[in-house]
Design a protein around this ligand. Sequence first.
Ligand SMILES: C[S@@+](CC[C@H](N)C(=O)[O-])C[C@H]1O[C@@H](n2cnc3c(N)ncnc32)[C@H](O)[C@@H]1O
Length: 230
Amino acid sequence: MQELCQGYLIRIPQCAFLLGMSDKTPDLHAAYALDSPKDHKRLYAEWAGDYDEGFATREDYQLHIHTARAFVGAGGQGPVLDVGAGTGLCGAVLARLGVGPIDATDISAEMLDQAMRKDIYRDAIEADLNEGIPVPRESYSGIVSSGSFTHGHLGPEALTALLRVARPGAQFALSINAQHYEKLGFAEALHRLAQGQIRNLTLPEVRIYGDLASGPNKGDTALIALFERA
Ligand SMILES: C[S@@+](CC[C@H](N)C(=O)[O-])C[C@H]1O[C@@H](n2cnc3c(N)ncnc32)[C@H](O)[C@@H]1O
């Protein structure tokens, strides 16, 4: 891991072998049932190596593509922070669309390790979003997030940490699972922020999976919260 991370600002204190491993292959069902930051670290440590092929390709996952395109369509520019970057699927689309530089942040060191292998991110920042992001305020002109505001994952309280690191005028594109949006009160949280902290909010709805998906969640949708920091 050290060799791979040379030249990047990377803060990854723990090693995979220190984390408890289980025999069960991680999947979306298990991810949706997660509860604590410790659970996230354990599940994603196990899932990191198989996530792109075993989940994203097999389930025809499309949300990262919709999110990156929506960001660019709204005029988003770098430097960008990819929040809950995982293995870097959203960052890879952004890079193909000509956006950069891109930093990745995630609670899972193993997911960030996979992301850095794609050779598209400038820095990897290991952080629990609920505790804040260890970078100076107003560091980014764009904030994207795909698939991390969903069941068992991040709620509206994480928006505070994202606004802190965004410059005035920064473009946001945050995908939020549509059921999670309703259940956790994102509408109220965004409405409160629209009183002075954000502007130009739109919420296009997209399908999370493509036509080749076969799992029980194949029809699920997400809202992409597009807005600017005031
Ligand atoms: C479903 S994956 C999405 C990854 C990627 N953005 C994508 O679209 O494929 C959710 C990611 O959120 C991260 N995550 C979950 N809870 C987090 C937290 N509290 N802080 C930071 N990242 C978190 C997980 O480690 C995981 O990489």
